[in-house]
Design a protein around this ligand. Structure first.
Ligand code: NAP
Length: 497
C-alpha cells in the first residue's frame, strides 16, 4: 500500500509535467506534420495532453536512424557487459522516478495507483534490470563437429525491431519488449497504443540519461491503422514484436508475408479457464477467482474469465465469489484503496455492456453486477459482473470481452473440465485448484496453454517465459527465452588445413 493519500496523489496529478512529444534519435520531437492527438484520463474523461501523432514520414525517419546506428555497431557491437550496465542504470532511473511514472500510468490508463506503484513500475524495473544482468551470462555454442573442423553457433541481433503494444499494461508490455530486444543489441522503434503513450515516452528519455546511444530507441505515438501498419509492412525492419488482439495479430502476419518476411512474434488474446475442484481450498480459490477476472477491470489478456467449477460445489462456490465482488467495486484510481478503476474508454465500456446483454440473451443468469456505475464522474466504470448457468458454446464463454465479466460453467469430472478448458481458440493461461496432487498435475498437464497455475492465479515472474498456444500467439516474453525472439542463429563452419 503506497504511503500517499488520495489527496496527495490528486494534488501531484494537478502538477505533473507530461512529455507528449515523440522520442527519436535521442531527443524529444514533434511529429513532422505537427499533428497531435488528445490522450484522455479514463477516470474522468478529461484531456491529459496533446500527444505527437506520428505518421509515415516520422516512421521512415525513425527507421533510418535506427538502421544507421545498427550498421555503425555502436550498440550492437558493444560488449554485453557494457550493454548490461546501461540497462541496469536505466532500471535504476525508472525506480528513482517511480512515483511520477506510476502516476502517469494511473492517469493515462485508469489503473488504480496501488497497482501502478505496487505492480506495473516495480515489474518494469525488474524486467529491464533482469534482462540487462542476464545478457553477459549468455554463451554461444560450439557444435560437435569433426576434429578437423570448428563450428560456431552464435546469436546475433535481428537488426531493427518494431514493437507494437496495447493499452491494458502499457508500461509492463513496453518493458517486456524493450528489455530483451535492447539487451540483445537491436535498434528498436516502439509504437505505444494511441490511448496510452505517456509512460513509454517518459522512460525513453531516461534511457538516454542511462547511456543508451542516440538512435537505438525510438518511441513513436500514432495510429495503429496507419503508423503501425506502415511499420509492419516496412522493408527495412527486420523484426516485429506485438502484444494486442488476435484480430490485429493475424493482420501483422500477413503484413510480414506481403513485405520482407520480418520475424513476427505475437502475444494475443485469451479466454482463460480457471478450474476449481471440490477438494480445493475453496476460500482461497474463491478469493483468487475474483482477482483473476476483476484485476485491471478484466482488461487482462490472462484473465480467468471462464470459471469452471465442479458441479457438487458450484452453487456454494458462486455465492462465495459473489461475496468477493464487494471488494472490487470501481472507484477513483487515485485513491490508494481502490482495487478496480474504469474501462479504458467509452467504446470498451459499451463492449462490456453489449456482452452483458448478449449473456442475458443467451440464457445465462446475472448473479452479480451487470451495470455501468459512477457515470457522473465522466469516467467509464462498470460493476464486477458474474454470469452463472453458462455453457461453453455461449459467446460469453468463447469471446474475449476484456471487461469485468466472469462466466461460470459446471463440470462433473476431470475429463470434462479439461475438455471444456481446451474447447477454445485461445491457449494463453489457466489454473487448476485441487488439494489432490494427482488431479492437479494431470489437469495442469492436459490444458493446452502457455502458463498454468496450480492453486494460484497470475503466478510467475520475469524468470519464466510468457506467451500463448493456439491463437493466443507464437512469441515468448520474459526469461532467457525472450532473447530467442530478437536474435538470429548464425553458423560459422571452419575447416583446418
Ligand atoms: P489492438 O487493438 O490489437 O491494438 C494493439 C496495438 O496494435 C495498438 O498499439 C494499436 O494501435 C496497434 N494496431 C492497431 N491496428 C493495427 C494495424 N493494422 N497494424 C499495426 N498495428 C495496429 O489491441 P488492444 O485493444 O490495444 O489491446 C487489447 C488486446 O491485447 C486484447 O486482445 C488482449 O488480450 C491483448 N493482450 C495480450 C497480451 C499477451 O501478452 N498475450 C497482453 C496484453 C494484452 P492503436 O492503439 O492506435 O489502435
Amino acid at each position: 500500500m503506497p504511503d500517499k493519500s488520495r489527496q496527495d496523489w490528486t494534488s501531484l496529478a494537478g502538477e505533473i509535467e507530461i512529455e507528449s512529444r515523440a522520442f527519436i534519435d535521442g531527443a524529444y520531437r514533434d511529429a513532422l506534420s505537427g499533428a497531435t492527438r488528445e490522450t484522455i484520463n479514463p477516470a474522468n474523461g478529461q484531456k491529459l495532453a496533446d500527444v505527437a501523432n506520428c505518421g509515415v514520414a516520422d516512421a521512415d525517419r525513425a527507421v533510418a536512424v535506427a538502421r544507421a546506428v545498427f550498421e555503425r555497431g555502436t550498440w550492437a557491437n558493444m560488449a554485453p557487459a557494457d550493454r548490461k550496465m546501461v540497462l541496469v542504470r536505466w532500471a535504476e532511473l525508472i525506480a528513482d522516478n517511480a512515483d511520477e511514472i506510476a502516476l502517469l500510468e494511473c492517469l493515462d490508463v485508469g489503473k488504480p495507483i496501488a497497482d501502478t506503484t505496487g505492480v506495473d513500475v516495480p515489474s518494469a524495473v525488474r524486467t529491464i534490470r533482469w534482462s540487462g544482468e542476464a545478457i553477459d551470462k549468455v554463451y554461444d555454442q560450439i557444435s560437435p563437429a569433426p576434429a578437423d573442423c570448428l563450428a560456431l553457433v552464435q546469436r546475433l541481433p535481428l537488426g531493427v525491431v518494431a514493437a507494437i503494444v496495447p493499452w491494458n499494461f502499457p508500461l509492463s508490455t513496453t518493458a517486456w519488449k524493450l528489455a530483451p530486444s535492447l539487451a540483445t543489441g537491436n535498434s528498436v522503434i516502439l509504437k505505444p497504443a494511441s490511448n496510452t503513450p505517456l509512460s513509454a515516452l517518459r522512460i525513453a528519455g531516461l534511457a538516454t540519461q542511462a547511456g543508451l546511444p542516440d538512435g537505438v530507441l525510438q518511441v513513436l505515438p500514432g495510429p495503429g491503422g496507419s503508423l503501425g501498419k506502415h511499420l509492419s509492412l516496412h522493408e527495412d525492419i527486420d523484426g516485429l514484436t506485438f502484444t494486442g488482439s488476435t484480430e490485429i495479430g493475424k493482420q501483422l502476419m500477413q503484413y510480414s508475408g506481403q513485405s520482407n518476411l520480418k520475424r513476427t512474434f505475437l502475444e494475443l488474446g485469451g479466454k482463460s479457464p480457471n478450474i476449481v475442484f471440490a477438494d480445493s481450498n475453496l476460500e482461497k480459490a474463491a478469493m483468487m477467482a475474483a482477482v483473476a477476472v476483476f484485476y485491471n477491470g478484466g482488461q487482462t489478456c490472462t484473465a480467468g474469465t471462464r470459471l469452471i467449477v465442479e458441479n457438487s460445489v458450484k452453487a456454494k462456490f458462486v455465492e462465495m465469489v459473489v461475496e468477493h465482488t464487494r471488494n472490487w467495486m470501481p472507484g477513483d484510481p487515485l485513491d490508494p484503496t481502490t482495487s478496480m478503476g474504469p474501462m479504458i474508454d467509452a467504446a470498451q465500456l459499451q463492449t462490456v455492456a453489449d456482452y452483458v446483454e448478449i449473456g442475458k440473451g443467451e440464457g445465462a443468469s446475472v448473479m452479480a453486477g451487470g451495470n455501468q456505475v459512477l457515470a457522473d464522474s465522466g469516467g467509464c466504470y462498470h460493476e464486477p459482473t458474474i454470469f452463472d448457468g453458462v455453457n461453453n458454446n455461449m459467446r460469453i464463454a468463447r469471446e474475449e470481452i476484456f471487461g469485468p465479466v466472469m462466466s461460470v460453467i459446471g463440470f462433473k469430472d476431470a475429463e470434462e473440465a479439461v475438455a471444456i478448458a481446451n474447447d477454445s481458440i485461445y491457449g494463453l493461461a489457466g489454473a487448476v485448484w485441487s488439494n489432490n496432487i494427482n488431479t492437479a498435475h494431470k489437469v495442469a498437464a492436459a490444458v493446452r496453454v502457455g502458463t498454468m497455475g496450480i492453486n494460484n492465479y497470475f503466478g510467475g515472474d520475469v524468470t519464466v517465459p510468457f506467451g500463448g498456444f493456439k491463437q493466443s500467439g507464437n512469441g515468448r516474453d520474459k526469461s532467457m527465452h525472450a532473447f530467442d525472439d530478437y536474435t538470429e542463429l548464425k553458423t560459422t563452419w571452419i575447416e583446418f588445413d
